[in-house]
Design a protein around this ligand. Structure first.
Ligand code: KG4
Ligand code: ZN
Length: 368
């Protein structure tokens, strides 16, 4: 099956062409397999940077401008056009004006392709399916062909039960997946998403938007042996799986307010970045590992923009290795952690197999 996917939920306009095969069962080498043919993203970072965050109407305008440009860039031949079986488009959560830009584009494309296929007297029908952006992140690990240190395809590994951690700019959710289609939320943030906290702390440090990659960069330049600031680890000892990051951000705010002299030196930025990042990661790793232990998970899978952080990936691997847990750790590659349309194709394919229908209308607050 050939899938054309469209993602416009926030500030990245993305279109992908993905080939999919296989069913939902995940054992002995079977399971859905994907091949990314094209995965294009038009980033709006430069446009939103002066505002320190995403401006919804500017984002919508850019999506409307970028969608036809990206579609053209796919360089789909008429032959390839005939072979598209499914159009998948994000319907939520996200910024509603932005979501509508993608949905309307998908609807027009669908109508055009239906007419085109009818003209060619093609029997096989094309389908249009709405996708939950969070399911896109959740299933993005399926785009990974091989695990980091093994020659095995992920379909050959025993992954379930999975503890999945979605960490993005809008969400922080811990889930238990019994199999590909049965998942249950164990906990989520009670206030800010972890990516949002990265962005806000970056702003406090006069670092540009998006803050995550900047904080990661500054953390890496911390001098050896320098002591970290003991920022709080909110809710780390609470027995539930909820999280909280707004208190941590406020602790950074107070620390900077009380600094003398007031100049934010490079050294100070590096120390605050590394200390904040470590506090956030300690909580994420501790709660995820505790869930893995309680639910006897065979794997931990992280996804979303914050999952692109190499220090976080390294610390997860280290902590798992040094625990008594015998589990696989998976994180998508960097370009598949941050928003992209290939993951929307994957979630679209899974929903298609499940015959799950979603309303083709923007839903900014759509949950999992
Ligand atoms: O998944 P994503 O691209 O979009 C949403 O669905 O929100 O995540 C974006 C978030 C931003 O808050 C950004 O600062 C954060 O992911 N991020 C990072 C890194 N790269 C992106 N956070 C920490 N370290 C990174 N390397
Ligand atoms: Zn996202």
């Amino acid at each position: 099956m050939r899938i054309l996917a469209i993602e416009t939920s926030c500030d990245e306009t993305a279109i992908a062409l993905v080939e999919a095969k296989g069913g939902l069962g995940f054992s002995a080498g079977s399971g859905p397999k994907f091949k990314i043919l094209k995965n294009l993203v038009a980033s709006q970072i430069k446009i939103h940077r002066p505002f320190g965050g995403v401006v919804p109407n500017l984002a919508k305008r850019e999506h409307l401008k970028n969608l036809p440009i990206l579609f053209k860039k796919l360089q789909i031949t008429n032959y390839q056009l005939q072979r598209i079986d499914l159009i998948a488009v994000t319907v939520g959560p996200g910024l509603e004006p932005c979501l509508w830009a993608g949905i309307n584009f998908a609807k027009h494309l669908y109508a055009d392709l239906c007419g085109y296929k009818r003209g060619l007297a093609r029997e096989k029908e094309i389908k249009l399916i709405g996708v939950n952006h969070l399911e896109g992140h959740l299933y993005s690990f399926l785009l990974k062909q091989k695990t980091v240190n093994s020659k095995f395809r992920i379909q050959n590994l025993e992954l379930f039960p999975v503890i999945a951690l979605i960490i993005s700019g809008g969400h922080t959710i811990l889930l238990l997946m019994k199999d590909l289609t049965h998942y249950k939320k164990l906990g989520e943030t009670r206030d800010d998403a972890v990516g949002e906290a990265f962005d806000k702390v970056a702003r406090l440090l006069d670092l540009p938007y998006p803050g995550g990659p900047e904080i990661e960069k500054f953390s890496l330049s911390l001098s050896k042996g320098e002591k970290l600031i003991p920022f709080p680890r909110p809710m780390i000892n609470q027995k539930n799986y909820d999280l909280s990051f707004s208190g941590l951000k406020t602790a950074v705010l107070y620390y900077l307010r009380d600094q003398q002299p007031k100049v934010k030196s490079y050294k100070l930025k590096a120390n605050v970045s590394a200390s904040f990042q470590q506090a956030a990661f300690d909580v994420l790793i501790s709660k995820t590992l505790r869930a893995a232990e309680e639910f006897k998970a065979k794997s931990i899978i992280i996804s979303g923009g914050v999952a692109a952080n190499k220090t976080l990936q390294k610390q997860f691997k280290f902590k798992i290795k040094n625990s008594k847990l015998k589990i696989v750790f998976l994180a998508p590659s960097k370009n598949l952690c941050v928003d992209n349309a290939a993951m929307i194709a994957v979630a679209g394919y899974i929903n298609y197999l499940r015959k799950k229908k979603r309303k083709l209308a923007a839903n900014g607050n759509l949950g999992l």
